[in-house]
Write a protein that binds this ligand. Structure first.
Ligand code: TYM
Length: 335
């Protein structure tokens, strides 16, 4: 990618396990849109990753197509960026295997997401859940990415990717670019509206804990109205005020206002006014996305074309790296 334009390469992915949350949007996808101006970007729907947790097959298929439509609705432009579905590019699974054979059991057992997810899904602690970070490393390394824009929860996986790339390069010679995480200062960890000590997540059983980016305006307003705060009254960013801090972060990212400006704006007003204002800016920010998604999801032929073209372009880039890797490790290649 970089070879053609000289721009730095960005890569990131999102799982198709349901409509994206406001956390996915603020922590990741919103930034992906903006980066298309200055970087060569590759964005993909990480469907193979979703198989690490039991999925209902019909729902996974539907969610995958919807995820493509959502990315388009959020501004990802397939003329500017690579946009594809992970399982459409075979190189991901293939590189995943070769990297599995260079990843260490010990380092994978230290991954906090593996610990959390194996506790959550104790009846299905499968090998894929364990080696998930290796597949993710392959996703990134195939495209020789310079930066990977993600939320804070993916930082450990990025550190693992860097270690694995360096180990591979040391063993076999320079093949991979060693990528840097790109984690926004503000909004990299949007918290649950019901338990602001926990990350906002689409798998939250409490539906009031997360805002989905396709929620109707009245639903969004109600979720913010019910958001858990504290027993004080001042809208100020301070340790211990997790609920208010989270709302201030959301408001600040969307409006561009600083925390001091927000405190001044709501001086003398109650939390009720503040929550209403946060709900309103979120509704306004998400309205065009919901509208565009509604239009795109009707146009299956267009979505399929985006997927097909994206897969062809991404495969071309990915195969180049994969072939280099195969040669380096000594796999016998016939043309
Ligand atoms: P996933 O699908 O869980 O989340 C997609 C992106 O959204 C970010 N995110 C959040 N950011 C802020 N606050 C939150 N509450 C929040 N919840 C989610 C995530 O950090 C992520 O950036 N493993 C990845 C998908 C993946 C990937 C990759 C990413 C697969 N291969 C290669 C980058 C590069 C995941 O499960 O993201």
């Amino acid at each position: 990618m970089e070879e053609q334009t000289g721009k730095k390469v960005i890569l990131s992915g999102i799982q198709p396990t349901g409509t994206f949350t406001l956390g996915n949007y603020i922590g990741a996808v919103r930034n992906w849109d903006r980066m298309q101006q200055d970087y060569d970007c590759a964005y993909f729907v990480a469907d193979l990753h979703s198989l690490t947790v039991r999925q209902e097959p019909g729902a996974l298929k539907k969610n995958t197509l919807e995820a493509v439509a959502l990315l388009l609705a959020c501004g990802i432009d397939p003329e500017k960026s690579l946009l594809f579905v992970q399982s459409h590019v075979r190189a991901h699974a293939e590189l995943g295997w070769i990297l599995d054979c260079n990843a260490l059991f010990g380092e994978l057992t230290r991954m906090t997401q593996f610990k959390d997810k194996s506790a959550q899904h104790a009846d299905n602690v499968n090998a894929g859940l364990f080696t998930y970070p290796v597949l993710m490393a392959g996703d990134i390394l195939l495209y020789q990415a310079d930066y990977v824009p993600v939320g804070a929860d993916q930082k450990q996986h990025l550190e693992f990717t860097r270690n694995l790339a360096e180990r591979f390069n040391n063993l076999y010679g320079e093949v991979f670019k060693v990528p840097e995480p790109y984690i926004a200062k503000n909004g990299a960890r949007v918290m649950s509206l019901q338990d602001p000590t926990r990350k906002m997540s689409k798998s939250d059983e409490n539906l009031n804990g997360f805002v989905s980016i396709l929620d109707e305006p009245n639903v969004i307003m109600n979720k913010f109205k019910r958001a858990v705060t504290d027993s004080e009254t001042e809208v100020v960013y301070r340790e211990g005020k997790d609920g208010i801090n989270n709302l201030m972060t959301i408001y600040s990212v969307i409006t561009g206002k600083s925390y001091d400006d927000i405190t001044a704006e709501f001086a003398g007003k109650g939390y009720g006014d503040f929550k209403k204002a946060v709900g309103e800016v979120v509704v306004d920010a998400l309205a065009p996305i919901r509208e565009e998604f509604g239009r795109l999801i009707q146009d299956k032929a267009y979505l399929e074309k985006v997927c097909k073209d994206g897969a062809a372009k991404a495969s071309y880039v990915a195969e180049k790296t994969l072939t280099k890797v195969k040669k380096k490790v000594g796999l016998y290649i016939v043309k």
